[in-house]
Design a protein around this ligand. Structure first.
Ligand code: CTP
Length: 395
């Protein structure tokens, strides 16, 4: 926490139902030792009162641009004093204003007049989020150097389900804190594989597995938070792409191998999280196979071991492997680490891990084993990378 304790945040609220979550966010930021100056749009005041925000932040809330109580320069003063401005919730309308540099109320003026970083937590109905105009505005904000916090996918106030929900206060507080922390992977290139692969049998059928890609995507996100430049080679998943990560979409193990070969020479760290199919069909049929025959025999041949290939390059990046075992986790994992010559391997029980939101990992390295207790995959990813950084920096 150290450094963050003295940080000054301007927390901007705009008019969305998620504004009620800003109360808890304020409480958490203050608890983390930050000084929080709340600024609200008129619309935000319809969802939560400035009195609530004032009580939680311990300072008068900025709302009115024309308030004569100060020297009329609140927009300049507040943004000059801030180490960052955080907009949570940020409506589609406010995001559009930011993207176009409008300044027609106190909060938007404050954003335009800032000389500090801007962090934006979108909160809106999924169709507003998916709208081409919003997506265009979001791309513009990212190009302008604005940091996006979320959004998440899930149940929405309108009863619909999808992308656009604001992150929970605890996640936002964590992200704000992380934003101020040192970036130990700054300038480091991390290459990751994630998700399942799909090996075609014929034009419409194939062999795959139940990997969701959640662990790999969580590691990509965690590496990004630590300042890394992340390339994620992803098999087919239903997950949203982490903003700021370069994603290379692949389907089969052969495609994943080709993409990794292309990027490996440039990588400082390689993390193989994908559940790569060990075998593929020797001769997939271009046409759909008819059910006319009584018996159908498929010949399967080995796929290349992508992780082993990278670990055996003449100048390999620092390699981290995963092992999904269904039994004898410790023996199998330790043996796999030796066989693939990996400085670090993370093992989990396949039946608990695959597709789940939570997991438990056992890390194996030269010093022995380290248990990362059950947690959501992003928390685990962060802990795994903290452990990895120590080894990476030593090597
Ligand atoms: N892996 C890979 N390419 C493959 C198979 C596995 O890169 N063709 C990587 C995975 O991403 C993971 C590690 O190797 O990091 C271990 O994968 P796993 O399937 O658990 O082990 P295998 O080595 O395939 O051995 P087995 O299936 O016999 O347990």
């Amino acid at each position: 926490m150290g450094q963050a304790q003295q940080k000054r945040i301007v927390l901007g609220l705009t008019g969305g139902i998620a504004a009620y979550k800003a109360a808890e966010l304020t409480r958490l930021l203050v608890k983390q030792g930050m000084e929080v100056q709340v600024a609200m749009t008129e619309a935000a005041c319809h969802f939560i009162t400035p009195a609530t925000m004032q009580a939680l932040s311990g300072r008068p809330v900025l709302v009115n641009q024309w308030d004569a109580a100060d020297n009329g320069m609140a927009h300049i003063d507040a943004s000059r004093a801030a180490d960052a401005i955080v907009i949570a919730p940020a409506t589609a309308d406010f995001i559009a204003k930011l993207a176009h540099g409008l300044a027609d109320d106190l909060l938007s003026t404050l954003c335009l007049a800032r000389d500090c970083p801007l962090l934006v937590a979108p909160a809106m109905n999924r169709q507003m989020w998916e709208n081409a105009a919003t997506q265009r505005n979001i791309r513009q904000l990212v190009a302008d150097g604005v940091t996006l916090l979320g959004p998440a996918s899930g149940m929405q106030a309108c009863g619909e389900e999808g992308m656009g929900r604001m992150l929970e206060p605890a996640e936002l507080a964590h992200d704000v804190l992380t934003f101020f922390q040192p970036k130990p992977l700054s300038g480091v290139k991390v290459l990751l594989t994630a998700g399942p692969t799909y090996e075609a049998i014929d034009a419409v059928r194939g062999i795959t597995n139940r990997s969701s890609g959640k662990m790999g995507y969580a590691i990509a996100q965690a590496a990004l938070e630590l300042g890394a430049q992340v390339t994620l080679v992803s098999g087919p998943t239903a997950l949203a792409r982490p903003q700021g990560v370069q994603v290379v979409d692949v389907t089969s193990a052969a495609e994943m191998f080709a993409a990794v070969q292309q990027h490996a020479a440039d990588a400082d760290i390689f993390i193989g999280v994908a559940a790569v199919a060990d075998y593929r069909v020797a001769q997939p049929s271009e046409q759909k196979i008819k059910k006319s025959a009584d018996k159908l025999t498929l010949e399967l041949i080995h796929n290349p071991d992508i992780l082993a290939y990278v670990a055996n390059l003449p100048k390999p990046p620092f390699c981290v492997g995963f092992a999904a075992e269904s039994e004898n986790l410790r023996e199998h994992a330790a043996q796999k680490r030796r066989a693939k010559k990996l400085p670090l391997l993370a093992a989990n029980l396949a039946q608990q891990a695959i597709g789940a939101d939570e997991n438990e990992l056992v890390l194996f390295d030269d010093a022995g084993e380290h248990v990362l207790p059950r947690a959501d995959k992003l928390t685990l990813a962060r802990a795994l990378l903290q452990h990895m950084i120590k080894l990476f920096q030593k090597g």
